[in-house]
Design a protein around this ligand. Structure first.
Ligand code: NAD
Length: 253
């Protein structure tokens, strides 16, 4: 039956940056659908781990700095200690730096592009090598942004990284679909998390953002639950290289 194709029982999902925000919502959604979770975080995912375990699912706490490319292959090896296989990777961890382009520093460029784009690619590569070795196929969901589609203001490295995420989502799907690996992305709209705390706190900017969102509200981590379970499950087996906007209608304006 159709709803069974959304079931993730017996699957193991690696979710980066799931101690808070959208990653936490994603980890909980996948666990609710039946998946065990490998959380890759810099800091303790205490609340997420408790919530996943309360659902009766396993949670493996892997501590890594995802800015360090050399740490990435080790993440897959450590993840395998939970169930012996991995089936889903959600590349969620990301940062943003705000400054006028005219004064933008090289470190604000490199820090953002290395974490949000370069290491998203290399973790996807490490996961895909494992999916191919397992012979099972797999699901990769990258977290993109409205700035995969638009230019943004005062966030040039973030725009570059998230535009790149949409590009590599397509590129990797072209190479890996033949292995039964689906590579897709979710582009969240304006979501209420730490990442957007500065925008939410700026009265004029906040009002302008709300005025432009047809749904009339900021999104929440729970708004990603349905789309991520879809893209992580057999329900999306013939969806390849696509970036799904979950934005309350922002891009439709
Ligand atoms: P957040 O700041 O609440 O969460 C970011 C996560 O990334 C945290 O878990 C953080 O610990 C982790 N992280 C950051 N640097 C890391 C590193 N070096 N190593 C390991 N983990 C690291 O922000 P969020 O809004 O939940 O963002 C999650 C993702 O969604 C990001 O990729 C972000 O760009 C994207 N996004 C957010 C919005 C939004 O409106 N909030 C919109 C579009 C896209």
């Amino acid at each position: 039956m159709i709803l069974n194709t959304f079931q993730l029982a017996g699957r193991t999902a690696v979710v980066t940056g799931c101690n808070t925000g959208l990653g936490q919502g994603i980890a909980l959604a996948l666990a609710q659908a039946g998946a065990d979770i490998v959380g890759v975080n810099q800091s303790a995912p205490t609340q997420t781990m408790a919530q996943v375990q309360a659902l009766g699912r396993k949670f493996l706490d892997v501590r890594k700095n995802l800015s360090d490319t050399s740490a990435l292959p080790g993440i897959v090896q450590e993840a395998l200690t939970l169930t012996g296989h991995i089936d889903i990777l959600v590349n969620n961890a990301g940062i943003i730096r705000r400054a006028d382009a005219i004064n933008f520093s090289e470190s604000d460029w490199d820090d953002v592009v290395n974490l949000n784009l370069k290491n998203v690619f290399f973790l996807a590569q490490a996961a895909a090598r494992q999916f191919i070795a397992q012979g099972t196929g797999g699901k990769i969901v990258n977290i993109a942004s409205m700035l995969s589609f638009q230019g943004g203001v005062r966030v040039p490295s973030y725009t570059a990284s998230k535009s790149g995420v949409m590009g590599i989502t397509r590129a990797l799907s072209n190479e890996w679909a033949k292995h039964g690996i689906n590579v897709n992305a979710i582009a969240p709209g304006y979501m209420a998390t730490n990442n957007t705390a500065a925008l939410q706190a700026a009265p004029v900017r906040n009002a302008a953002i709300l005025d432009r969102i047809p749904a009339g509200r900021w999104g929440t981590p729970a708004d990603l639950a349905g789309p991520v379970v879809f893209l992580a499950s057999a329900a999306s087996d013939y969806v390849n290289g696509y970036t799904v906007a979950v934005d309350g209608g922002w891009l439709a304006r």
